[in-house]
Design a protein around this ligand. Sequence first.
Ligand code: NOJ
Length: 527
Amino acid sequence: MAKWLDNAVFYEIYPQSFKDTDADGIGNINGITEKLDYIRELGCNAIWINPCFKSPFGDAGYDVEDYLTVAPRYGTNKDLTNLFAEAHKRNMHVILDLVPGHTSVKHEWFKQSMKPGKNEYTDRYVWTDCIWVEPEGMSCIRGISDRDGCCAVNFFSHQPALNYGFYKPDKPWQQPMDSEGAIATREAMKDVMRFWLSRGCDGFRIDMAGSLVKNDPEGLGTISLWQNIREFLDKEFPDAAIISEWGEPDKSLRGGFHMDFLLHFGPSHYNDLFRCDKPFFSSSEGGSAAEFVARYKESRERSGGKGLICIPSGNHDMDRLSRRLSPEEMKIAFGFLLSMPGAPFIYYGDEIGMRYVENLTSVEGGYNRTGSRSPMQWDNSQNAGFSNAPCDRLYIPLDPTADRPNVQNQMSDDNSLINEVKKLIAVRMNTPQLQSNGDIEFIDLNNDTLCYIRSGEILVLINPKSKEQIIDPDHSDGGKTISEKMKVPERNSNGELEDCIYSYGCKAEIRSEVLVIPPRSCGFYRI
Ligand code: NOJ
């Protein structure tokens, strides 16, 4: 099932800001199609596009007005199916962003649901039965409908929550998961999936996947809902992939997701690595990957090898990677991202270290996220090659700094971030042991390093810090010694580890029987 995920490396595209081909200041679908060769040349073979459907854009498209129609500002349904076809010609896959938890207030379902008389959509959303009764623990929309009741919201207060039922209903207005209304919502969402999958889409990134069933603290109801949807996909679209924005792999993978994202929220400690006061990948002292590793191991064990965990470089909701890390530090971070199990995701522009643009006014519900959504920087031409519109018409202003990175400059510099990322993707593509499904075993050296063995054959040694790390191979963390665990690799007469398939910075070496991991280095060695 969805075999193509085995060696997938994704590129996330925020369509507003990627490439504008009709000079209206906002990116479009044809712009993405035009840049497929760029993405392919980088090495990525899959893309995720943020929501591109008709919407009032109060939350950048995560407030859908019509799941079946491309937003006119991005083009037409035909442009999107053409993008699928062009991607497939290049051996690439495309996933769309599906928002099943809520719609915009402008969706026809919601308009019908607001009516006082009973109709097909009366139970499509989570409503209380009286305007004076608010849904406990949830915000709501009230006072805008003739229908007597409050409608729960899922995120912003203009995003009414779709009704998939309550795991344990305990109020008269709370419907069980097997009620007619809840089942109709689930089936309607399957129809949306069918619509796009049968037109060439390869799967979905699922927004707030863990939020669907209410009063469901352990996620058990939501897990069974997704199992039902996965069953449908396996039957009708066995190659389709579903990837969850959930951040709790032990739940989502049990629910049948092929893959779950680690996120800037939730229990994963993902941001200990990249976005906290002392990120592990910063070369300065402090910071540790230990809690991240502990949670990661626990999640893998708890999900019983059922699916994959994917670690993004960033996304449209997080600070840019470059806000805390220098280009050199980012190279080592990419060494990690591209050698972990699960399919890696590169957020557009992270491959050149695009910066978070400070102090922007919020655009379309972006707020602090707006700075991570600025236009892609392609070259040195007008508007950095993003658009031919006058610069005051751009959807979000460009990074104003004189030395902002761009693709053209970095491509011609052998030491650039983009060239390191390209090298790393190529190594991953040529090394099945490093790909999505290969096993991982962590070896606990100390807080300043990350060390793991992929598929029993590739040793990854990462030291982002500015001090060399000296490891006694006879050291044991309770069980086997480190040298027993690592099967310390062959070395040449200088002591350098012999069979190195990738290195950034100096190679690790064995000196007087101790393992030395040089400062600011990352290496992959066959053992
Ligand atoms: C998560 C999305 O990534 C975010 O951008 C959006 O605002 C919320 N879900 C609501 O859909």
